[in-house]
Design a protein around this ligand. Sequence first.
Ligand SMILES: [Ca+2]
Length: 256
Amino acid sequence: MKIGGVAYRTTGNDPLWMDDFRWSFSVPNGDFIDGDTGWSVKEDGWRIVPNGSPNPDFSAAFYGPTAGRIYSDARPVLRPGQWISASAMVQRNSSDSGGGVFIHFLDANGNGMGVARGTMIESGIHGMWQESTLGPVQVPPGAVTMVIGGVAYTNGDSAIVMDRFTWQYARDEDIPGTPTQSPRYNAPEAVKTYWYDYDAENRVTVAHGKLVNGQIVLGNPDVSYGLAYDGAGRAVHRRFLQGQQVMHENRGPSGL
Ligand SMILES: [Ca+2]
């Protein structure tokens, strides 16, 4: 698909501005259409349950008794300084209950680097779907990935139901001219999966790699690269992935 803007003017010289075009896409199984998959971590009281019209598939439901969170398994790669938005639908079915979307930002070791909270849905007609929205918020320094989830509380009379988790962030697919099939930025990726390889002199030869068939190979090009050294121990050759292809880059001794 394409996104664009249309404008018209009939008089005057003042400019008409458009900016910040965005579109949302689903968190992997963010609508629970595949059932209880992709949401491994659930605090007590959360279950993936069948849900009726107008949402004839599964939803995440929190039965209480107090408060709890559910977390998506997806770990997209983020770019420093980029802006993130997210949303989720919330259905309240009793008083004294609420629910909303949140995002936790993580560094390369899985440590929390910040939390962004969406609007809490805490009022309105029982049974009506309402949208909890988050952001735009900027990725905090040091964060390389994020976790999306839902938080809910209820007095226990009936469940808070959440569904249709979406987010917005820049991916390779969004850059004109790059392959659109790549799932790299939307594939579930576990925290702490980066692998490093070293040569006999304990110098890094693969950074932020991944383990494939027992071998440490290049991973996501945003963070992963390989290095080779000259006789003086200077890193003079760098390689990284572009799509599925390994790219090579020779640098002078002062180039790295
Ligand atoms: Ca659903």
